[in-house]
Structure formats: C-alpha cells, structure tokens
Design a protein around this ligand. Structure first.
Ligand code: SF4
Length: 211
C-alpha cells in the first residue's frame, strides 16, 4: 500500500533526480552543506548561500573549516540562522576531514544535526539507504491513513522502510516525490480534487461529500 503511493507519485510527477549539484562541485560537500543550510528555510535561500560559497571558491570542507567564522556567516546569511549554521558547518567539516567513516551515530553528535539532516546527508551525499522523514512525510502518511500525525521520526521511518524495497534510488526518489506532492497538492490546505493519490487517501474518502 505504501509502495502504491510511491508508484502513483512517480507516474504523476516523474523522476525528480535529487540532489542536483552545481557543475564542477564536489557532490558530497555540496549536498552536506545544503542539508545543513536547508533547515528552516526555503530552497531558494539555500541556493543563494551555496552560490556565494561557490563564487568565493570556498565550497570545500577544508576551506569552510579554515575560513574566519564571520566570513562564513556572511556568505551563508541568505539561508538564515547563519550564526548557528556556521558553527554546525565547521563541526561537520571537521568530522568529514578527521573521521575514517561517516555514519549516523557520529553525525548526530554534532549540534545542529538532527535525524532529518543526518539521514539526508547519508542518503543523498553518501549513498547510504536511510529514508528521510520530514514534516511533509508525516503530513502525507497521516492524511492517507497510515499513521497518526504525531508519530515519531523513528517509527515512521520503520513503517515506510518495512513496506518498500531497500533500494537507494527508491529511497531518494520517494522522499523527493513526497516533497513535490506536498508543495503542489498535499499543502496545509490540501488540493484533494486533483491529487494523484486521492484514490488511496483516507482523508479524501472521508471528506468526499464536503468538497
Ligand atoms: S487526497 Fe488530499 S489529503 Fe489525501 S494525499 Fe491527496 S492532497 Fe493530501
């Protein structure tokens, strides 16, 4: 049933091919930095901050670590919370430069890296099969009827990963499709009438007569 949602979203939206990086940039660095910067802001703002780092030729773990904190704050300012995010970026850079292995455990020791950020880095930057849960995921799956809205991160991650093939590309696509779906259809005020997963959705079925 959960996999049916994936198929319906993929049929409707097509492959999202996340996470695109700028030409000539290191994929691991750009995605990791983007995963930290995207907290509590729009992607448009993250792009502006990443472009500043690229323009100054500083999008590398070495350069981020060496750079004066004030300069880093200035460059990433468009992404908001720039003081906290600068410190997190320095810690993350240190971890990548000094650790033999990057895993969920050591990522989660860094202040400013929660489960969603850690799993985004593991999945999209390091190609490890960790399914990313965010507020969109909780929204869709609770509305469709698979869980309560206040389900925990770990519980929902378990529910989803137990229901779909353990496949890196499916994990990447499914999360990207959920984000796209929530931006277009399953918004705070949902647009259910044209929704590609309406036939499977409990909210749609129970509120059919109110539309
Ligand atoms: S039918 Fe409505 S509530 Fe259900 S997934 Fe689609 S947009 Fe969301």
């Amino acid at each position: 049933m959960i996999f049916d949602i994936y198929r319906l979203l993929l049929d409707y939206f097509g492959f999202q091919n996340w996470w695109p990086v700028h030409q000539g940039q290191d994929k691991v660095v750009e995605i990791t930095v983007g995963a930290v910067l995207t907290q509590n802001t729009s992607w448009k703002n993250v792009e502006r901050a990443i472009e500043n780092l690229i323009y100054k030729d500083t999008l590398s773990f070495e350069k981020i670590l060496k750079m004066p904190i004030e300069e880093l704050e200035y460059l990433i300012k468009p992404a908001g919370f720039y003081k906290r995010k600068s410190l997190t970026l320095k810690e993350v850079s240190k971890l990548f430069l000094n650790s033999k292995e990057i895993n969920r455990q050591n990522l989660l020791t860094i202040k400013g890296v929660g489960k969603e950020t850690a799993d985004s880095i593991l999945l999209y930057a390091l190609d490890k099969p960790y399914f990313v849960i965010d507020s969109y995921t909780k929204r869709v799956f609770s509305r469709v009827g698979f869980c309560e809205e206040d389900i925990s991160y770990d519980e929902l991650q378990k529910v989803i990963t137990n229901s779909i093939p353990k496949d890196l590309e499916i994990y990447k696509e499914f999360h990207a499709l959920i984000v796209q779906h929530c931006k277009i259809f399953c918004k705070k005020k949902p647009n259910c009438l044209n929704c590609p997963v309406a036939e499977k959705c409990k909210t749609f079925k129970t509120s059919l007569f109110t539309f």
